[in-house]
Write a protein that binds this ligand. Structure first.
Ligand SMILES: [Zn+2]
Length: 348
């Protein structure tokens, strides 16, 4: 965390903008300066990520690093509060749309857009200089990856998840509190409920996002919350807290430090939370000229593109190609079908 040198005029503006939280004693002017000098990584800019990013941007957290692998769809608007019909019409990656919206909310902070998948190859780079990581992901594989990266780098992170009208959150300070795998040693088996099968309600998202954002503010202010699993029930307006005690001896992540999800020993990286879609990764360092690809594919199927992504509808499938060569193939959960479509039309 870097505490910027005071610039009197800018300082006055800041203290006016954030006056209602500066007067809250646990924040104060020193705390506000800490927030302004902080960097947070928001992993996933869907429903939880939207709520967290907005709350932290309004609170004056100086840099938001926004990472998301997906693109905007109509059914996101029911609960993903950063987005609207105007952004949807531009067919933007969520990370790009989120950064644009955050800059409209608070132009005095930095919003970085990273439209990419979090993997063992890039996660440590994205953690660089980060004071706290917020979980806005929709899958356990990425959460265990975040957990391994947090343990490796000693970075605090805040888990969150929502399904239906309920959700959970816990904050993890490596070395001090239990980590995710101390509490949930293995990912749940496939076939359980997902947001697609069980639904998800906006008010439940906002409750969990609020708990996560508050935990992040406390960590940034140097007063992290106790080790506790918070469960929220938005339908019945209830919350419960389960005290978690100490890190678990023998935990493969934080005690044995196996880094299994970080080094690729576990996790396949192709599943997308029960969506009838498959993600195809590209070779690291790939950059595509999407305009040239659009011209090439124009005779094959319906194509539209912008500088960030290209959408092709062909053979009853949708193929969304990002500028880094990554693609999401919809209309199948069969990886071989998706790979063959990718090979046929994109060709790498
Ligand atoms: Zn652990």
């Amino acid at each position: 965390m870097t505490v910027p040198q005071p610039d009197v005029q800018r300082e006055d503006e800041h203290m006016h903008r954030y006056a209602r939280q500066v007067v809250f004693p646990p924040v104060g002017e020193d705390g506000q300066r800490r927030l302004l000098g902080s960097t947070v990584l928001i992993a996933g800019c869907g429903a939880l990520g939207s709520g967290i990013a907005e709350l932290l941007a309004r609170a004056g957290v100086g840099t938001l690093r926004l990472v998301d692998r997906d693109y905007l769809e109509l059914h996101n608007l029911q609960r993903q509060s950063l987005y609207d019909e105007r952004l949807l019409a531009e067919a933007l990656p969520k990370a790009v749309a989120a950064a644009r919206r955050i800059r409209e909310i608070n132009s005095s902070i930095v919003a970085e857009a990273h439209p990419t998948d979090l993997t063992g190859d890039n996660v440590l780079e994205l953690f660089d200089g980060v004071d706290v990581v917020l979980d806005g992901t929709d899958n356990w594989e990425t959460r265990y990856l975040l957990n391994d990266a947090a343990v490796r780098t000693g970075t605090p992170w805040v888990y969150g998840g929502v399904i239906g009208a309920t959700g959970m959150s816990m904050s993890i300070v490596p070395g001090r509190t239990p980590c995710l795998r101390c509490i949930f040693p293995d990912p749940p088996p496939p076939g359980g409920d997902t947001c697609e099968t069980a639904g998800v309600l906006g008010p439940a998202v906002w409750m969990v996002a609020s708990v996560q954002a508050m935990s992040a503010l406390r960590i940034l202010l140097g007063d992290p919350p106790a080790a506790r699993l918070t469960t929220v029930d938005a339908w019945n307006a209830g919350t419960e807290g389960l005290d978690l005690g100490d890190p678990v001896p023998g935990c493969p992540a934080c005690d044995l430090r196996t880094g299994e999800f970080l080094n690729g020993a576990r996790g396949t990286g192709v599943r997308l939370c029960g969506r009838n879609s498959v993600q195809i990764a590209a070779r690291p360092g790939t950059r595509l000229d999407l305009g040239a690809v659009a011209i090439r594919l124009g005779s094959i199927g319906a194509v539209r593109h912008n500088e960030h992504l290209l959408k092709l509808h062909v053979d009853g499938h949708g193929l969304t190609l990002f500028a880094d060569g990554r693609a999401i193939v919809s209309g199948t959960e069969d990886e071989s079908v998706a790979r063959s479509l990718y090979a046929r039309y994109i060709g790498h």
